[in-house]
Design a protein around this ligand. Structure first.
Ligand SMILES: Nc1ncnc2c1ncn2[C@@H]1O[C@H](COP(=O)(O)OP(=O)(O)OP(=O)(O)O)[C@@H](O)[C@H]1O
Ligand SMILES: Nc1ncnc2c1ncn2[C@@H]1O[C@H](COP(=O)(O)OP(=O)(O)OP(=O)(O)O)[C@@H](O)[C@H]1O
Ligand SMILES: [Mg+2]
Ligand SMILES: [Mg+2]
Lengths: 252, 252
């Protein structure tokens, strides 16, 4: 059965979409079948792989449970359920829909035996879309940039994860905190320290994703990072992350 | 009467809060009375000035229209209506409230004659909180980092601004696009070019805000940027922006 992971953080611009895309790529390069789900409010994940929603999108399956998820192939081992700006409308419509927070969970059922990993890219909020991701997932990776603005929201995110666990999804746990867009400066170093001290019971990945211009370049060209430059620091970091994740899961 | 400006962009992490805080500081340093409104989903704006919500917060005035906005003083000329994580609950509650999108506009009426500028920091979404800001504002500054992920959402933001103009707030216009967290690299240069080409009818501020470590340091210390280092590039850029904004407004 597939391991389903939500990549979340209500703080904006911390590398959620980038992590979903490149961790997905790294896992698929290791021969695992990976499905990516685009719940980014602007469809940024689909853009990174230059995938359009002409033939269907996640929005349709959330608001109409009879429509199966539409899947596009990026490579043989890497598939994506795309989105575009339409997704913004889902929040309003779902609010009055029955089981509004369990729609994605139901939509993923037919795919749990087909893929090894399903990664869900979340929007920067604790809205009904993020709740759909947390109900559909077994675990959650919290992408965070080690900056003051990003640390503040962690408690409310952990609170929401904990309540989802109690009410509807007992399997949900935090896979780990991942430091992203990390720079060599005193602020980042001290913030990482502060997070380690304040969240001792939470796993923090050893792998960190350093800030690198090749990520911005690859995204501007809509090329996957491993195609763009597989020897880049970013590609190597995300491959390292994939390995660390696999080791963590296998050792449980 | 006060000039009310919403600092918006549904893309996350592009410097909305930083711009609201430091443009506010720069305007108040020039002798103008400025009120900042914290609609950031994590209350980041209040944090930057180390202001707490012990004595009240925006959330209370939005959900209960009889409670006046609670104002804290940062300096004699710079005040703030603070928020904390409670604000996230406002989205749910407002959805079934009458005139859910006009609550802030009504709450600001008593302050329009007291301040010269009112700046509203928006969350990274086109939700009911951002709609409250767009209905309360005369104009909107679109903070954007010149990266691929940030350009995509512009059309939907402009669409929402345009519809707010037609339905409820005819005075609303785009004051300008402000390039933020700008780095000297090919991606940023080409993205700025692309924005200029695709949005020729929209004003783009000449002032750009370069990326600088002093902003991260000031925010980690919860110190206003002009107190932290008034000679920093960031403080100078935001002062330049204040001047450009004042010139644009005066020349109309
Ligand atoms: N390691 C990195 N080095 C350099 N740039 C990066 C890195 N990771 C992400 N970025 C850039 O930072 C910006 C924000 O990243 P991304 O869009 O993945 O964040 P997000 O958390 O998904 O944002 P949102 O909250 O808006 O969904 C993007 O422009 C991306 O190209
Ligand atoms: N010019 C700059 N140079 C360096 N860092 C900056 C600059 N402007 C903002 N930052 C940093 O970038 C991060 C994002 O900025 P900020 O929180 O202001 O963005 P935002 O658009 O308000 O985010 P959100 O969408 O989550 O509300 C913060 O950690 C901030 O310290
Ligand atoms: Mg994203
Ligand atoms: Mg903000």
């Amino acid at each position: 059965k597939a391991t389903v992971i939500a990549i979340a953080n209500n703080k904006g611009g911390v590398g959620k979409t980038t992590t979903t895309a490149y961790l997905g790529e790294a896992l698929s390069n290791r021969g695992l079948k990976v499905l990516l789900i685009d719940l980014d409010s602007q469809g940024n994940l689909s853009q990174i792989f230059n995938v359009t929603t002409e033939n269907g999108q996640v929005f349709n399956s959330l608001v109409n449970y009879t429509i199966p998820l539409h899947i596009e192939e990026v490579t043989e081992y890497l598939h994506i359920a795309p989105s575009d700006l339409e997704l913004q409308k889902a929040e309003q419509i779902l609010l009055s829909a029955p089981a509004s927070q369990q729609r994605l969970q139901r939509a993923l059922v037919p795919f749990l035996d087909i893929y090894d990993f399903i990664l869900i890219d979340c929007p920067p909020s604790l809205s009904v879309l993020t709740l759909n991701a947390l109900n559909a997932a077994n675990s959650c990776i919290v992408a965070m940039q080690p900056e003051m603005n990003a640390v503040n929201g962690l408690n409310s995110l952990f609170g929401v994860i904990y309540e989802t666990q109690i009410f509807s999804n007992p399997t949900l746990h935090i896979e780990g905190i991942l430091f992203t867009i990390v720079e060599k400066n005193t602020v980042h170093t001290s913030m990482k320290e502060a997070v380690r001290e304040n969240y001792q019971s939470v796993n923090i990945f050893d792998t960190e994703i350093k800030k690198g211009i090749e990520i911005k370049k690859a995204q501007a060209l809509k090329a996957p990072i491993f195609d763009f430059d597989k020897n880049s620091a970013a590609a190597k970091s995300y491959d390292e992350l994939a390995l660390e994740l696999l080791n963590n899961i296998n050792s449980k």
